[in-house]
Design a protein around this ligand. Structure first.
Ligand code: GDP
Ligand code: IMO
Ligand code: MG
Length: 424
């Protein structure tokens, strides 16, 4: 058996949570492979809305194992908040969720360092989610990290060493916490660790490979999006993990030849939250209309998302990097009222035409080149099959498939689980 991977092709918030929830019944297990509580994955069903941050979006379906993989960074306090809320609403979490021994822990001081680093950057700040993601992955790579499995061996000693290192760094940044503040943060953190100990802590690489060997199927859930990948995104305005498909291999211990389908998910337009280049960003009424109609405000931070037209240069790049086999288009309904819809098919960078996403998109002049398509001016939200698509919407899909060279196999027309159309 193979693992299928579902990941974002843009700057995050494409609707990964919704689609993972819809696809989960076809799989035996769902696994998160990178990122942490910087993610906010929204699911809606039976008139209720849930936002997941560290827990895989397969958690609401019955019968699947959900796995937090080694590539994930876990904040015990935020995890506990999220998990307890799910337990309170009747989800049988402890039987469904397993956590990798090798997943790294976000310490209270990682969050303080995230804020201090951002302050130190001044006008060049990234606009992080403030969840300690960068400092935690930095410690992982610098070999200073603490992992879930460390809870089993000399934990207090390891914690004290990491904390002291962080306090020295914070002091250098002029951001030392006062003792009372730190004591309070640590109290909540250690209490949360006690709760985590109630979960099954596993060697998830063995579990996943054993599942595959016994003919079971696994869906891997990405967080963030390809344009936020630490290697291939719009660096330095990126997150600190590999969000691309290869991240599923390293973040779960799955060999490359075990990857099956790669579902690449994108919005019918584009959004970005935080700083950094966004070639097709709209600063006018149209951008505002997309934001209002799409409720484009961060699921985690509540920040306004920047909005713009779909960017096919960035999408082709993302499809290439991930080996996307199946495209999924989200939030089509948001464009229902528009007379015209634009799509960026190429750029002019510093006066030269190109189909490549530039190395230093923040520092060069990028002029998106658009084609204009007629809007479908039809409410898509209650459509249930592809036969009911208005002709102009079908044309938009055909146009995108031709430009992207990859089939669009699922189209989403609203936030609810049921507002999902599979194409033949
Ligand atoms: P994720 O981080 O990729 O899981 O995406 P988010 O949950 O951060 O953002 C997607 C938002 O769009 C959420 O509020 C979803 O409820 C919503 N959403 C998902 N699909 C659709 C859709 O097809 N139409 C509309 N109108 N909203 C959608
Ligand atoms: P999901 O999984 C959108 C952005 C932040 C910031 C940059 C770095 O819900 O799609 P970080 O806190 O990771 O160090 O911030 O990345 N960012 C996201 N944007 N969706 C996300 O996750 C994001 N996670 C991080 O806004 O620009
Ligand atoms: Mg999100």
């Amino acid at each position: 058996m193979k693992v299928d991977v579902l990941l974002g092709l843009q700057w995050g918030d494409e609707g990964k949570g919704k689609v993972v929830d819809v696809l989960t019944p076809r799989y035996d297990a769902v696994a998160r492979f990178q990122g942490g509580p910087n993610a906010g994955h929204t699911l809606e069903f039976d008139g209720k809305k849930y936002v997941l941050r560290s827990i895989p979006s397969g958690i609401f379906q019955q019968g699947q194992t959900n796995i937090i993989g080694n590539g994930v960074v876990l904040d015990p306090v935020l995890f506990t908040e999220e998990a307890r809320a799910l337990e309170a609403s009747g989800t049988d979490l402890k039987n469904r969720l397993k956590i990798s021994r090798k997943a790294h822990l976000i310490l209270p001081t990682h969050r303080l360092l995230d804020a201090a680093n951002e302050r130190a950057k001044g006008g060049a700040k990234i606009g992080t989610t403030g969840k300690g993601i960068g400092p935690t992955y930095t410690d992982k790579t610098a070999r200073n990290g603490l992992r879930i499995g460390d809870l089993e061996h000399n934990f207090n000693e390891k914690y004290a060493a990491a904390r002291n290192l962080h306090l020295a760094r914070l002091k250098a940044l002029g951001a030392e916490p006062d003792t009372a503040q730190l004591v309070q943060l640590e109290k909540a953190w250690f209490e949360a660790l006690d709760y985590i100990r109630e979960f099954e802590i596993i060697d998830s690489e063995y579990l996943i490979n054993d599942l595959l060997a016994s003919g079971k199927s696994v869906l891997c859930e990405g967080a963030q999006g390809t344009m936020l990948d630490v290697d291939f995104g719009s660096y330095p305005f990126v997150t600190s993990s590999n969000t691309v498909c290869a991240g599923a291999c390293t973040g779960l211990g799955v060999a490359p030849n075990r990857i099956g389908r790669v579902y690449g998910i994108f919005k019918a337009y584009c959004t970005r939250v935080g700083a950094g280049p966004f070639p097709t960003e709209l600063f006018d009424e149209t951008g505002k209309e997309i934001r209002d109609r799409g409720h484009e405000y961060g699921a985690v931070t509540g920040r306004e998302r920047r909005c713009g037209w779909i960017d096919l240069v960035a999408l082709r790049y993302a499809i290439m990097l991930n080996g996307v086999t199946h495209l999924i288009m989200m939030k089509s309904d948001v464009l229902d009222t528009f007379d015209e819809i634009k799509a960026c098919t190429s750029y002019i960078v510093d006066g030269k035409p190109t189909g490549h996403f530039p190395f230093n998109a923040a520092e060069v002049k990028v002029e998106p080149q658009y084609v204009t398509l007629p809007g479908w001016k039809t409410d898509l939200t209650s459509i249930t099959s592809e036969e009911q698509f208005p002709a102009r919407f079908a044309d938009y899909i055909a146009f995108l498939e031709k430009e992207l060279g990859t089939p669009i196999t699922i189209v989403s027309v609203g936030p609810d689980r049921t507002q999902t159309i599979e194409r033949k």
